[in-house]
Every structure is written in structure tokens, then in C-alpha cells.
Write a protein that binds this ligand. Structure first.
Ligand code: ATP
Ligand code: MG
Length: 483
């Protein structure tokens, strides 16, 4: 764990003038903790593993120092090559990261390109013909581009894996290995995520060179400003309960997660029957539809978006007041990322999870173990269906207790049901995976590990996100009834 002087202003980093100007325009005044800790390390050419809660500005933590280093040594990119390669697990997130680079690099004539699946490759081939400084991609399409000789990776100076634990899990690791084997050994590598299971962290180490590890809070902490609620409800009553919830809660914008694509479509139909308009994005929708719907959700045209886990990681939409887990995810880290779509950049938010009995109760227990919070439960099941479940108030587990710094509270706990990382059955309902690479992959089966992550958290402080000055005025009044 690195100890670095905490920098409290973006000026302290000595970032190049075009970048500082862009930051002023973005209304970024104070660096967030992950930014103050990692930017100097990246500027000093270190490999970095950066872990911080959702919505705390990890994108700028890698993008700003990389842009500075590009400017420090500006060279014309080679044809069909890039200097910076950023990989992320979904098309939408890759697009969003590219936009962030372009926004922070707007005064430096940055050249950049996007390579994602689901759209024709011809334009992407043309966009890198002359070479670009920054390439953001999903792994599958990137490999297609390389294999068709549209792109060479021999000039990459910076590799970033955003959502690194997801990129190194079973869904992506083979593609990542292939990509990394084509990169120069001498490069700077940066891994970022809000979660980092120990087994994945070990794998990550093989791709890093003497990495600096920065973890602002213990791995897998849910963002502090999220109020989490668990509602126990019969499976058959979930649809009606959701409709009621959206009508009665003071919702600005709600993101509803389902475990399957079919489930997402069913929820949209159910809401329509209750007179609530909603739209869905998932891996069976065309890319065109996915982009159109996400844009409409960002602009506020769509108030309720139903999504599978393609929207769970990294997506930054201003003003999501509620995340609803219509189904609980079967991989506990996914819960942390899903609910992290609210309460971003210093805002607060509400996460409501509908939990039927049976396997969902065991998913819930896994989640509580991972985040070290006992979540309060509200029982709305029909009598007769109820089990005796002690209601606990929402409180963090003993974060400062020694085991947080060693192994997590749950690990190896008596009565724990075997490997926590094992994927639970029933994740996909047998739905075909149509897209080859990104978007539809389900969280993988991973070997169990006896000590999850805690060691990496040693000496970390929990530091709250600093407020962005421009935001409070733009937040709609949540005490109003839904529009
Ligand atoms: N220093 C800052 N001051 C104000 N706002 C910031 C600052 N840094 C980032 N933001 C804003 O915070 C929001 C969240 O940033 P970002 O998407 O990078 O979070 P993240 O840590 O990557 O989250 P996730 O784990 O969900 O991917 C964005 O809207 C971004 O513009
Ligand atoms: Mg992110």
C-alpha cells in the first residue's frame, strides 16, 4: 500500500494547461481521494491497481494523467496503431470512457477511436487507419480488428483495464491474454475497479510490473450515500410491487435490474400494463436500440430503464435516484456495481432489492457477507410464506476490526456454504448467448479463495467523496410525487 501526500487541488498535480482548462469547464474543483492518490503515481510512470467505491471518479483518475503524459511526449501515432489502449466489458461503458477522454482532452486535439461490437467494423477500421492516440474498446471487437490487420498493438504505451476484475474473470480472460501477448512488455498498465476479489488480484499481478496499490476503502464497499432496502416479497407479487413502488416512491429516474434478458422484457410489459412506460436494454437488443434507449434515459426522456447486467458496471447517468433489483444477482460483487449506478459524484440514492425466498435468500446472505452490512428487511410476503428471518438494521460490519484488514468477516466462517465465488445455478435461464463478445456474458465460476481481498486493504482509510460544485442545483426535488 502506497503512502502518498494527499493533494487537495487539481493544480497540485501540475497537469498540462489544456487539461486544466478542460477540468475547469467540467467544474472539477477538488480531486476525489482515488484521484489524489493515483494521479501522481501514474504521472510517475508506475503501474497502478486502483480500487475505490462506485461513482468516485476512477475514470478521470486514469484518463487525466495519461493525457498529461501523452502531451509531455507528443508523437505522431503510427498508422493503424494507438498509444493508449483502454478495455472495458461493455460497449456502452467503452463509449462513455471515450467520451470522458475526449472531454478532458478537448483542448489538445486528441485523436481517439472506439472499437465495439454490434456495429459494422468498416468505420472502425477507417478510424484507426492514420493511427490514434487513444483507443477504447471491448476485447472481442479489438481482437477482430487486430486479426483483420486493421490495428497493430506493438506501439501501445499505456494499457488500462477498467472494471479490471470483470476483465480478468472467466468471461474475458482468454481475450485479455491474447491482447496482452501482442503488447510491448515495456508499457504502463493500470487496473481500476470498485471490487477486486483476491483470486483475481493475484491474476492481475501477472500483468503488472511492481504495481502501486491504491485502495481508498476496503474492496467491495458499497458507496456510502446509498440507502439500501431489502423487501421480501413473493415471486409472483414482484411485478405488482414494482409498479406500486415506482408510483409511490419519489423517483426521479429508476434503473431496474433483472437477471435475464427475457426477465427484463417481461418487467417492461408488466409495467406497461400498470400504465408505467419503461424501456429495456440487454444483449438481445440491437446496438442501435441499446444506444438510443440509454441516450433517452440519460436525457430524462425515459424515466424507468430495465436492464440486465450490461448496465451494472461503470455506467454514469446523472440523476438516477433509485436502483431496483427486481432479481438479486447471483454474484455478490454484481450487487455492489448495480447499486452503484445511484449515489454518484457526491449525490445520494436509494437501492431497493426485491427478494423472494429460496435461492434469493442465499444470494442475499452472500451479498451481506461481501459488503459487511446487515441490511434491514421489510417483509411483504403473504403470511404462510414467511420464514423466521431476524430483521436487522442496516449497519456496517466491524470495518475497523482486525479481520477487515486481514480476511473478510465471512471468509471461512463456520457454516459458510462453500466457495463464495461460485456462480449460483439459474443465472441464465438457458437463454442463448447471441453476441460473441461483450454484453451478454454472465459472471463466471471462479475457484474459491481462502482470503478475499482484505490484505490489500491494509492501512486504508474510508474517505468520502467530495461534492462536485455544479451538481446540487441540477438535482430535481425528490420529495415531489412522481411526474
Ligand atoms: N473531481 C471531481 N469533481 C467532480 N466530479 C467528478 C470528479 N471526478 C469525477 N467526477 C464525476 O463523478 C462521476 C463518476 O465518475 P466515474 O464514472 O469516473 O466513477 P467511477 O469511480 O468510475 O465509478 P464506477 O465504479 O461506477 O465505474 C462522473 O459524472 C464524473 O464526471
Ligand atoms: Mg468507472
Amino acid at each position: 500500500m502506497e503512502r502518498t501526500r494527499l493533494l487537495t487541488s487539481f493544480q497540485d498535480f501540475g497537469l498540462a494547461d489544456p487539461i486544466s482548462r478542460a477540468l475547469k469547464e467540467e467544474n472539477y474543483v477538488t480531486p476525489t481521494p482515488i484521484q489524489s492518490q493515483t494521479i501522481p503515481l501514474v504521472l510517475a510512470a508506475r503501474d497502478v491497481v486502483g480500487i475505490a467505491q462506485t461513482g468516485t471518479g476512477k475514470t478521470a483518475a486514469f484518463a487525466l494523467p495519461i493525457l498529461h503524459r501523452i502531451l509531455e511526449h507528443r508523437i505522431k501515432p503510427q498508422p493503424k496503431a494507438c498509444r493508449v489502449l483502454v478495455l472495458s466489458p461493455t460497449r456502452e461503458l467503452s463509449g462513455q470512457i471515450l467520451e470522458s477522454f475526449n472531454a478532458y482532452g478537448r483542448h489538445m486535439r486528441l485523436t481517439s477511436a472506439l472499437a465495439i461490437g454490434g456495429v459494422p467494423m468498416g468505420r472502425q477500421v477507417r478510424s484507426v487507419m492514420q493511427g490514434v492516440e487513444v483507443m477504447v474498446a471491448t476485447p472481442g471487437r479489438l481482437l477482430d480488428l487486430v486479426q483483420s490487420n486493421g490495428l497493430k498493438l506493438g506501439n501501445v504505451e499505456f494499457l488500462v483495464l477498467d472494471e479490471a476484475d470483470r476483465m480478468l474473470d472467466m468471461g474475458f480472460i482468454n481475450d485479455i491474454r491474447k491482447i496482452v501477448s501482442k503488447l510491448p512488455v515495456r508499457r504502463q498498465t493500470l487496473f481500476f475497479s470498485a471490487t477486486m476479489p483476491k483470486d483475481i488480484a493475484d491474476l492481475a499481478d501477472q500483468m503488472l510490473r511492481d504495481p502501486a496499490r491504491v485502495a481508498v476503502t476496503p474492496v467491495a464497499s458499497t458507496a456510502d450515500r446509498i440507502t439500501q432496502r431489502i423487501v421480501q416479497v413473493d415471486h409472483s407479487a414482484k411485478a405488482a410491487f414494482l409498479a406500486q413502488l415506482l408510483q409511490h416512491e419519489p423517483v426521479d429516474r429508476a434503473l431496474v435490474f433483472t437477471r435475464t434478458k427475457h426477465g427484463a422484457d417481461k418487467v417492461v410489459k408488466g409495467l406497461a400494463r400498470a400504465g408505467i412506460s419503461a424501456d429495456a436494454i440487454h444483449g438481445n437488443k440491437s446496438q442501435n436500440h441499446r444506444e438510443r434507449v440509454l441516450a433517452a434515459f440519460r436525457s430524462g426522456q425515459i424515466r424507468t430503464l430495465v436492464a440486465t447486467d450490461i448496465a451494472a458496471r461503470g455506467i454514469d447517468v446523472d440523476g438516477i435516484s433509485h436502483v431496483v433489483n427486481f432479481d438479486l444477482p447471483n454474484v455478490p460483487e454484481t450487487y455492489v456495481h448495480r447499486i452503484g449506478r445511484t449515489a454518484r459524484a457526491g449525490a445520494d440514492g436509494i437501492a431497493i432489492s426485491l427478494v423472494a425466498g429460496g435461492e434469493e435468500m442465499s444470494y442475499l446472505r452472500d451479498i451481506e457477507k461481501l459488503i459487511r452490512i446487515a441490511l434491514s428487511r421489510e417483509d411483504r410476503r403473504t403470511p404462510g410464506q414467511r420464514e423466521a428471518v431476524p430483521a436487522a438494521s442496516q449497519h456496517r460490519g466491524p470495518r475497523s476490526a482486525p479481520r477487515v484488514h486481514g480476511t473478510r468477516a465471512n471468509d471461512g466462517a463456520p457454516g459458510s456454504k462453500g466457495p463464495r465465488r461460485r456462480r449460483r445455478p439459474g443465472g441464465n435461464n438457458g437463454a442463448p448467448q447471441t453476441n460473441r463478445h461483450e454484453g451478454n456474458r454472465h459472471e463466471p465460476m471462479r475457484p474459491s479463495s481462502s482470503s478475499h481481498g482484505g490484505g490489500k486493504a491494509e492501512g486504508m482509510q474510508g474517505v468520502a467523496f467530495l461534492h462536485r460544485e455544479s451538481r446540487p442545483n441540477t438535482r430535481p426535488n425528490r420529495t415531489q410525487r412522481p411526474r
